[in-house]
Design a protein around this ligand. Structure first.
Ligand SMILES: Cc1cc2nc3c(=O)[nH]c(=O)nc-3n(C[C@H](O)[C@H](O)[C@H](O)COP(=O)(O)OP(=O)(O)OC[C@H]3O[C@@H](n4cnc5c(N)ncnc54)[C@H](O)[C@@H]3O)c2cc1C
Length: 164
């Protein structure tokens, strides 16, 4: 079992609830994978968070899919806030980083349910349109599941002082 690192600056660490709130609010993040020839591959993606897991959709092939098939260890980073404070040479930031295992969803029922979840996140309450969209694209897409093993959130000192 991997011993994930502790954050050095503990007072800037966000709570589990705050981490999840950021994941639920942000609309995209960057997925880091082991790419070709040992080069990390960091790719921006839309996602949905649900009960300790992240779900992504993807085309059937490509760099991302090759990397996922090669190595199931991944990291995902979401920036929740980035308000540059020019005069301070700083930024009021909040971000979340997840580590975990990533897999292509093989089970058809899970694929359908999670594709619906993702669609509903970005266009809620439009089942008819989503159904049509899925009918057209389901066989040409993959769903990818990221099981979160370790999740941390951090905010800048400036933001922390302003909030407390
Ligand atoms: C905000 C946002 C949300 C997105 N949401 C999704 C999503 O939900 N699902 C999805 O499949 N894709 C999404 N994309 C596109 C995604 O970033 C990738 O371009 C796409 O998934 C194809 O990845 P691939 O590895 O299969 O591409 P490939 O074409 O196989 O990648 C080959 C090479 O192209 C370059 N490349 C690929 N993607 C990008 C990129 N985004 N920017 C710059 N260079 C790139 C890299 O050098 C890469 O090594 C999103 C992009 C953004 C910015």
């Amino acid at each position: 079992m991997t011993q994930f690192r502790d954050m050095r600056r503990k007072r800037q660490q966000l709570s589990e609830e705050e981490n999840i709130a950021i994941l639920k609010e942000a609309t995209s993040g960057t997925l880091a994978l082991l790419g070709d020839d040992g080069y990390p591959y960091a790719v921006p993606l839309s996602y949905v968070y649900h009960e300790g897991k992240l779900y992504f959709h993807s085309a059937l092939s490509g760099h991302k899919v090759d990397a996922i098939r090669r190595c199931d260890k991944a990291s995902f980073c979401v920036i929740g806030q980035d308000d540059v404070q020019p005069k301070e040479y700083s930024t009021f930031y909040r971000s979340v980083i997840a580590f975990g295992r990533i897999h292509i969803v093989e089970d058809e029922q899970e694929k359908l349910e999670t594709a619906r979840m993702l669609g509903n996140r970005y266009n809620p309450n439009d089942d008819e349109r989503l159904q049509k969209e899925l009918e057209g694209s389901f066989s040409r897409m993959l769903m990818i599941r990221f099981d979160i093993e370790h999740l941390t959130g951090k905010e800048s000192i400036g933001l922390m002082r302003m909030r407390h």
